[in-house]
Design a protein around this ligand. Structure first.
Ligand code: PLP
Length: 449
C-alpha cells in the first residue's frame, strides 16, 4: 500500500470508509474541513453530554497539565483525584462510596468483575469465579468485557474461544423472548426473564458464580429499552440469596443521561458496584471507573491485605480527573440534568408525531435523553429488517448526508431484537436544536423508506 498522506499511516476503524475531518466543534455541532456542519445527535458515542467547546473544562485540564501532568497512583495521589472521588461518591446511592478510576468503560467493567472475584476469594470462596451477563448487553471490547456482553458481531471473530461467561436474555416486553406480556408478568408477579437468572445460577452451582452484570437501561444492544417494574428488584434478591456481586453498568446511562445522576436510582435498587465512564468527563478526556460498596472495601481491608490486586498506568490520570471534576461541577452549576429531562420529554413527543408519518418507525422507548426507536420493514405486519440489510446504518448514512449523526444499532442474529436508532444528543441541547434534529430525521426517514 503506497503511503502518500499522513492518514495512510492510521490504523483506521474501517479501511473501506472515508471519514470527514473534524476541524472544530461547538455546542451540539461538529464542523468538517469542507465546512459541513453535523448535529451531534449521539454525543459521539453518548459521551459528550455537555456539548463541545466548554472552556471551563478545557481550562481545568490545561491548568492541571501545567501543575502536575502525570502522577502514578501506585506511589502518589492528587487533590483533584480526592475531590472528584468525593463528588461521585456523594452522588451514588449509599453505601457505594469508594471510587476507583480507569481510562475507559471496558477497563471499568474488567476491574469490577475482577474485584468481585477477589472479594469472594479473600473470604475463602475460591471457586466463585463465573460472571453472568446478558445477551442484550454491552460492557466493552476487551476480551473479558466482550465476553460479559452479547454483541454478536464483535464476539463472532473470537468464537468459540472467548472467555467462558454465561448469559441470560434481557427483558424485552415488546418482543418478549418468553412470549409473555408485561401485564401477565405484573399480574402473576413472576417474570421468567428474571427467574432465568436463578435457574442458571442453580444449574451452574451458586458456589461457582461470582457476579452478575447488566445495564439498568440497555443502550447500544437494544436501543434504550427500560426494564419492566420489579425486574431489577428481583435480580437484586437473587444476587443476595446466592451471594453474587451485582454490578450495574452505568457507563452509558450515568451522569444525567436518563434524567438522574445514575439510572439505577429510578428503580429503587442498590447494587454492589456501579461502573461509569463516558459522561463523567463529558468526553473531554478518557475517564471511567467504578463505585464500590463499603462492604466490599471493608472485606478487602479485613481479608485481602487492603489491596486490590489490579491497576493501570493511567488510573486516576490527573488531567482526565481534572476534566471530570470540571464536568461534574458544570452539570450542577448549569442545572444540566433538568434541561436534559425537559428536552427528552419534548423529543419523545416530537418522535411520536413523526411516527404517524413514517411506517418504518416502530416502538419508541427510553428515559431522559437516551431515546431509541425500532426500525421496521413493515409496520402493518410488525416485521423487522433482516440484520444483514443494515437498516440502522443505512438510515444513519442518510442523516449524515443531511447534517446529523445518530447512534445506529444492528438487530441481533437470533431475531429477538431489531435494528434501532439511538438518539442521545448533549444534555445541553435547546428546543430549537431538537426541532432541527427531528427535521433532519424526518427527511432521512423519507429517503430511507
Ligand atoms: N458499557 C457500556 C454500557 C457502554 O455503552 C460502553 C461503550 O459504549 C462500554 C461499557 C465500554 O466503554 P469504553 O468504550 O469506554 O471502553
Amino acid at each position: 500500500m503506497e503511503r502518500v498522506e499522513a492518514k495512510d499511516y492510521v490504523f483506521h476503524r474501517d479501511f473501506t470508509k472515508e471519514y470527514p475531518m473534524i476541524v472544530r466543534a461547538e455546542g451540539v455541532y461538529l464542523y468538517d474541513e469542507q465546512g459541513n456542519r453535523y448535529l451531534d445527535a449521539s454525543s459521539g458515542a453518548i459521551a459528550a453530554n455537555l456539548g463541545h467547546g466548554v472552556t471551563e473544562i478545557a481550562e481545568a485540564m490545561a491548568e492541571q497539565a501545567k501543575t502536575a501532568g502525570f502522577v502514578h497512583t501506585l506511589r502518589f495521589e492528587t487533590k483533584v483525584l480526592h475531590e472528584l472521588a468525593a463528588e461521585i461518591g456523594k452522588m451514588a446511592p449509599a453505601p457505594l462510596n469508594r471510587v476507583y478510576f480507569t481510562s475507559g468503560g471496558s477497563e471499568a467493567n474488567e476491574s469490577a468483575m475482577k474485584l468481585a472475584r477477589q472479594y469472594h476469594r479473600d473470604r475463602g470462596k475460591l471457586e466463585k469465579h463465573i460472571v453472568i451477563g446478558r445477551w442484550q448487553g454491552y460492557h466493552g471490547n476487551t476480551l473479558g468485557s466482550l465476553s460479559a456482553g452479547g454483541d454478536i458481531k464483535r464476539r463472532q471473530p473470537y468464537t468459540p474461544n472467548l472467555a467462558k461467561f454465561e448469559h441470560i436474555y434481557s427483558p424485552y416486553c415488546h418482543r418478549c423472548p418468553y412470549s409473555r406480556t408485561e401485564e401477565i408478568c405484573q399480574r402473576e408477579k413472576r417474570m421468567p426473564c428474571a427467574e432465568e437468572l436463578e435457574r442458571l445460577v442453580k444449574e451452574i452451582g451458586p458456589e461457582f458464580v461470582s457476579s452478575f452484570i447488566c445495564e439498568p437501561i440497555v443502550g447500544s444492544q437494544q436501543g434504550a429499552v427500560v426494564p419492566p417494574k420489579g425486574y431489577l428488584q428481583r435480580v437484586r434478591e437473587i444476587c443476595d440469596q446466592y451471594e453474587i456481586v451485582l454490578i450495574i453498568d452505568e457507563v452509558m446511562t450515568g451522569f444525567g443521561r436518563t434524567g438522574t445522576d445514575f439510572a439505577i436510582e429510578q428503580f429503587g435498587v442498590v447494587p454492589d458496584i456501579i461502573t461509569f465512564g463516558k459522561g463523567v468527563s463529558a468526553g473531554y478526556a478518557p475517564l471511567a471507573g467504578m463505585i464500590v460498596s463499603d462492604q466490599i472495601v471493608e472485606s478487602l481491608v479485613a481479608n485481602g491485605n487492603g489491596r486490590f490486586i489490579h491497576g493501570y498506568t493511567f488510573s486516576g490520570h490527573p488531567v482526565s480527573v481534572a476534566a471530570g471534576l470540571a464536568a461534574v461541577r458544570y452539570y450542577k452549576q448549569k442545572n444540566v440534568l433538568a434541561n436534559g429531562k425537559e428536552q427528552g420529554e419534548y423529543l419523545f413527543q416530537r418522535l411520536r408525531d413523526l411516527q404517524k408519518r413514517h411506517s418504518s418507525m416502530g416502538q419508541i422507548r427510553g428515559k431522559g435523553l437516551l431515546v431509541g426507536f425500532e426500525l421496521l420493514a413493515d409496520r402493518s405486519r410488525d416485521q423487522l429488517f433482516p440484520p444483514s440489510f443494515g437498516a440502522a446504518d443505512r438510515l444513519n448514512h442518510e442523516a449524515l448526508k443531511r447534517g446529523a449523526v445518530f447512534y445506529p444499532g444492528a438487530g441481533t442474529i437470533d431475531g429477538v431484537n431489531g435494528d434501532h436508532l439511538l438518539i442521545g444528543p448533549p444534555l445541553t441541547i435547546t428546543r430549537e436544536e431538537i426541532d432541527e434534529l427531528v427535521a433532519i430525521l424526518d427527511q432521512s426517514l423519507a429517503a430511507f423508506e
